[in-house]
Write a protein that binds this ligand. Structure first.
Ligand code: G6P
Length: 369
């Protein structure tokens, strides 16, 4: 192989650790740090006069797309349609000329994503490919290509490609906001500064990575695990559950915290660990109150929040566990909260003794339908 594991036991561990470096690289591809501006490639998409943006992908790439929906709405006031590619490709979407679509794929070869992209292109939509592999079929066929620059990703469960997809999509959303007149030059500079702080904050989390070895022992005996979050932390809850089931084979579900009362709360007892993703954002209080509902029913919670957040969420009942996260611009919190979620899945899988880099029944790139 051209790429080795170095001192790491698994490619996944190496790829988790590489994130501060590769995300910094992605950001400097799309941002000018000294000017505080986003610069897209010449042949980009003209966001200024599109009526709608469609986003599609599979797996973890889909969840990166789902997070970016919040960004395109908030920063660019752009209506976003998003669906998983295996559904979108067969839907009778009323595409109109003058729309644009983004297809997100690490490999650029996923059969469903490619088919959904071709389907949109045939309908006259301008299609952009957000890919890691720039020699891929999707990169060749798209009208615009946005490389995520993660470097080779070997572990089947996507880690650094996810955060580099997020970094690229964040820059695209800022550029769209500027093109549509919703992001002023001052706001653009602020947003760029927030993004450029992320690699250092990632390093702060990784400096305490050994904590997850212990937290992983708490999840190891579980049969089911629930992940909760609101806003951009809702897709993070889905990603947390996806990562855990992919590599540890523990059944996990991600839920919007506000939807808890419409079903999953029925599953809560002392045997179902609940991972609560609660950055300091506008949803914090509500998410914490959902956590208290879980605890009132005997549920055992593991809270990911800032130090102040952990303090504010304190109850008489002890938590199953917690991890103090750095303060971050709430909009971009997924890039930081991705790390504890990956580390938790990784260490749980290591404790269970599963094949972390090559989980059963899964493939790195699914090129058949
Ligand atoms: C597989 C991989 C996932 C990946 C998904 C989409 O399921 O195991 O890690 O997110 O495919 O792959 P793509 O190459 O299109 O991002």
């Amino acid at each position: 192989a051209l790429v080795g594991k170095g001192r790491h036991r698994h490619f996944m561990a190496k790829e988790i650790e590489e994130q501060p470096e590769v995300v910094a690289h992605t950001l400097t591809t799309y941002l000018n740090p000294s000017e505080g501006t986003v610069n897209l490639p010449e042949t980009g998409i003209d966001f200024s006069n599109i009526s709608r943006l469609t986003i599609s992908a599979c797996g973890t790439a889909y969840l990166a797309g789902l997070i970016s929906k919040y960004w395109f709405e908030t920063l660019a006031r752009l209506p976003v349609e998003i669906d998983i590619a295996s559904e979108l490709r067969y839907r009778d979407v009323p595409y109109q000329k003058g729309e644009a679509a983004l297809f997100v794929s690490q490999s650029g070869e996923t059969a469903d994503t490619l088919a959904a992209m071709r389907h949109a292109a045939e309908a006259g939509v301008t299609v952009g490919a957000v890919v890691n592999v720039t020699q891929s079929t999707m990169a060749r066929e798209a009208d615009a290509v946005f490389p995520i620059k993660a470097g080779p990703e070997i572990g089947v469960a996507s880690t650094k490609a996810f955060t580099c997809q997020l970094a690229t999509l964040a820059c695209l959303a800022i550029a769209a906001g500027r093109a549509r007149g919703y992001v002023t030059p001052e706001r653009e500079a602020e947003l760029c500064e927030s993004l450029l702080k992320l690699p250092r904050l990632m390093n702060d989390v990784l400096a305490h990575a050994e904590e997850f070895d212990r937290l992983g022992t708490l999840l190891q005996p579980a049969r089911d695990v629930l992940y909760l979050g609101r806003g951009v932390s809702f897709p993070m809850a889905l990603e947390g559950a996806l990562k855990l089931k992919e590599i540890s084979y523990i059944h996990a579900e991600g839920y919007a915290a506000g939807e808890l009362k419409h079903g999953p709360i029925a599953l809560v007892d002392e045997h179902v660990p609940v991972i609560v993703i609660a950055p300091r954002d506008a949803h914090f209080e509500k998410t914490v109150s959902n956590m208290h509902e879980v605890m009132a029913r005997g549920g055992k919670c593991l809270l990911l929040a800032t130090e102040k957040g952990l303090e504010a969420a304190k109850t008489d009942e002890p938590l199953l566990g917690s991890f103090a996260m750095p303060d971050v611009d709430p909009l971009f919190s997924p890039l930081i909260y991705a790390l504890p979620i990956q580390l938790l899945a990784y260490h749980t899988a290591v404790h269970k003794g599963t094949d972390v880099d090559q989980p059963r029944n899964l493939a790195k790139s699914v090129t058949v339908e």
